[in-house]
Structures are given as structure tokens and as C-alpha cells.
Design a protein around this ligand. Sequence first.
Ligand SMILES: [Zn+2]
Length: 171
Amino acid sequence: MSPSIPELIVNITELRRHVGERRSVDCRVDLGEIGLDATSVHVEGPVTVAIDLESVSGGIASAGRLAAAWSGACRRCLDPVSGEIEVTVDEVFEPAPDEGVTYPILEDRIDLEPVVRENVLLGLPIAPLCRADCPGPDPEHFPVQLPADEADAAPVDPRWAALDALVADIE
Ligand SMILES: [Zn+2]
């Protein structure tokens, strides 16, 4: 677990006094290294948080927006590609949360970090393109990759064939 982010920890004692009480959280926070490992898409710089909290019966509703810049690699040509996302947040905090559905109220406070983190991750592009009609790898730089079974059947480089013969001799 990363250390908690103070701006995202909100004391809700006042909020919970009356249903309908509101409070807004506006800040820019650094989530550290965060991204999609599989595609190398990751968040660049701070995330802008603008969330309204409202006391509802049984918990706290959080609704608002997150904005962040991201960068990664084009899924066709692997050139660097970057952009910005804006994500809508709509989550509920409860004293006894439903795992995977609502978030916990921790005594007199809530931690918005998991909400920010999970929603930003969900908003990142899974398969970014440098441009909509990216033609894919430049054949000069990236020879076309054959599917695995065709690659196996491809003719063996004569230098490797010679090496194979040599290994056979030694054995
Ligand atoms: Zn591309």
C-alpha cells in the first residue's frame, strides 16, 4: 500500500450530522506510478479531482470528475502516444461496504484515494492509436511479425543451420 494522500482523506463528522449536507473536494494529487502494465499506458503528472460529497441515508455519496494526462505506445506502430482523460465518478461510502460495489467509511472519515485510483485506471485507453488510420509498423524498422506457427515453418537462417550442424557434430 502506498502512503495515503492527505488531500483525499476527508473527515465526515460534520457531513454525517444531517442527510443532505454537502462538501466538495477539489485538489490535484500525485498517485505515483499508476497505469496498465499490459499496454504501457500510464498516468502522467497529477490527477485533478473535483468531487462533491453528500450525506445520504446510510452513507456518503461521492460524485464528480477526475482529469488526468496519460502516455503510452500506439498499439499498431508502438510510437509514443499521449492524451487526456476525463472520468465521471459516482460512488457510495458505507460503514459496512459491499465489496467491489461501495467503499468503506472508516470511523469518522473516508479515503477517496481508492475511488480516484480505480476510476482513473478504468478511464485509461486500453488500446491507444497514434492516429485513427495508423497503418501499423513501418516495415523498414519493424519487419512484419509472423504468427507463431508460420514463424516456426519459416525457412531457417542458413547461419543457424550451420550452427545446428556444428552442435550435432559435437554431440
Ligand atoms: Zn501508430
